[in-house]
Design a binder for this molecule. Structure first.
Ligand SMILES: O=C(O)CCC(=O)C(=O)O
Ligand SMILES: [Fe+2]
Length: 284
C-alpha cells in the first residue's frame, strides 16, 4: 500500500484548527459556474423524475453529480479526518461513502416536512463513548460519521441552511433532556437557548460544508425567496465502520472510475486485501 496519496489536496492547519474547535467548516465557492450549471440541471431533473416516481432516487448519480463524491477539495480533508496516513493510496480512497442524496427545497419549504421537524440532533450523543463519535488524539482528528453538504444554490444565513451548535461535538454534559442516550434535544428544558445559540452560514452556489455528525445540527425552513435550496448530502465513514445502509445501486457504482468505486467497498480489514469494490465486496 502506498504511504501517500499525491492526488489529494491536504487539509490545512487552519482548517484542522477550526474543524476541531467548531465541528464544521465551510469551503466557499469551490465549483465553477459551468460545473454548478451542469450539476443543478441534473439535480432538478432527478427531483422532477423522483416526484413523478419515474426514477428510483438510488439511480440519480450517473452524471457529473457523482464527481462530488470524491471531489479533490474534500477528498484530502476526508482522508485526513477519517483515515490514518498508512492507508492513503493513489489508487483507492482511505475512507468510505455510505449515503448520498439530493435535497431540493423551494422558497417556503417547511422543516415540518422532515420526520424530525427540524429538531437539533446528532448521530449518537458524543457525551458517552460510541463508535461514531468525534475524537482528537495524538495530534490527529478522527471525525466519526462525517457529512459533506454541497450547496448548488446561494445560501443566506438565517434563511434555511443547515444550522450547527458549534463545539457540541465535544460536549461532556447532557442536552438537558430526560434520556442521556437520546440523539436529539427533545424534552430539554433549555431547548430554546440551544436553538438561539445555533449558527449557520452564507455562501455562494458551489460551496461545500463539512461537519461531524456528532455536532448538534438541524434543518431549517427555507425562507430565501430568490432561489430554492439545491444541495447534495454525502455521508462518509472510516473504512471499518458503517452507520447507514448504502443507498446507491450496484449498477451506478459499477460504472464509476475504480478509485471512486472504492468508496463503496466492503467494511472489513483483516482476511485479505480490501481495496477494490466489486459485487462480492460492497458495503450493504
Ligand atoms: O437538511 C438539513 O439541513 C439537515 C441535514 C441533516 O440533518 C444531516 O445532514 O444530517
Ligand atoms: Fe442530521
Amino acid at each position: 500500500m502506498n504511504s501517500s496519496d499525491t492526488t489529494l489536496v491536504p487539509m490545512t492547519e487552519e482548517q484542522k484548527f477550526f474543524f476541531d474547535l467548531r465541528g464544521w467548516i465551510l469551503l466557499p465557492g469551490v465549483l465553477s459556474q459551468d460545473e454548478i450549471g451542469a450539476m443543478k440541471a441534473e439535480a432538478y431533473t432527478a427531483d422532477i423524475a423522483r416526484n413523478q416516481q419515474a426514477i428510483n432516487p438510488r439511480q440519480s448519480f450517473q452524471g457529473t453529480l457523482q464527481t462530488l463524491l470524491d471531489h479533490p477539495a474534500v477528498a484530502g480533508i476526508l482522508a485526513e479526518i477519517l483515515a490514518e496516513e498508512p492507508f492513503h493510496s493513489d489508487d483507492f480512497h482511505a475512507f468510505r461513502c455510505e449515503n448520498s442524496f439530493i435535497t431540493i427545497r423551494p422558497p417556503g419549504w417547511s422543516k415540518q416536512e422532515r420526520r424530525d421537524g427540524g429538531l437539533p440532533h446528532v448521530v449518537r450523543p458524543p457525551q458517552q463513548a460510541n463508535a461514531m463519535r468525534y475524537q482528537a488524539a495524538g495530534g490527529k482528528i478522527f471525525a466519526g460519521l462525517t457529512r459533506v453538504v454541497w450547496e448548488l444554490e446561494e445560501v443566506r444565513a438565517g434563511q434555511g441552511g443547515t444550522s450547527f451548535l458549534s463545539g457540541s461535538h465535544k460536549a461532556h454534559f447532557s442536552y438537558g433532556g430526560p434520556d442521556r442516550y437520546r440523539p436529539n434535544i427533545s424534552d430539554s428544558s433549555w431547548e430554546k437557548s440551544i436553538r438561539e445559540m445555533m449558527e449557520d452560514y452564507s455562501c455562494p452556489a458551489g460551496s461545500a460544508v463539512i461537519f461531524t455528525e456528532s455536532l448538534l445540527h438541524a434543518a431549517n425552513d427555507w425562507t430565501n425567496p430568490d432561489n430554492p435550496r439545491c444541495a447534495v448530502f454525502n455521508c462518509y465513514n472510516s473504512l471499518w465502520a458503517q452507520w447507514h445502509r448504502l443507498n446507491l445501486d450496484h449498477e451506478i457504482i459499477e460504472a464509476m472510475p475504480p478509485k471512486r468505486r472504492s468508496l463503496f467497498r466492503g467494511v472489513w480489514q483483516i482476511g485479505g486485501e480490501n481495496s477494490a469494490y466489486s459485487l462480492e465486496n460492497r458495503s450493504l
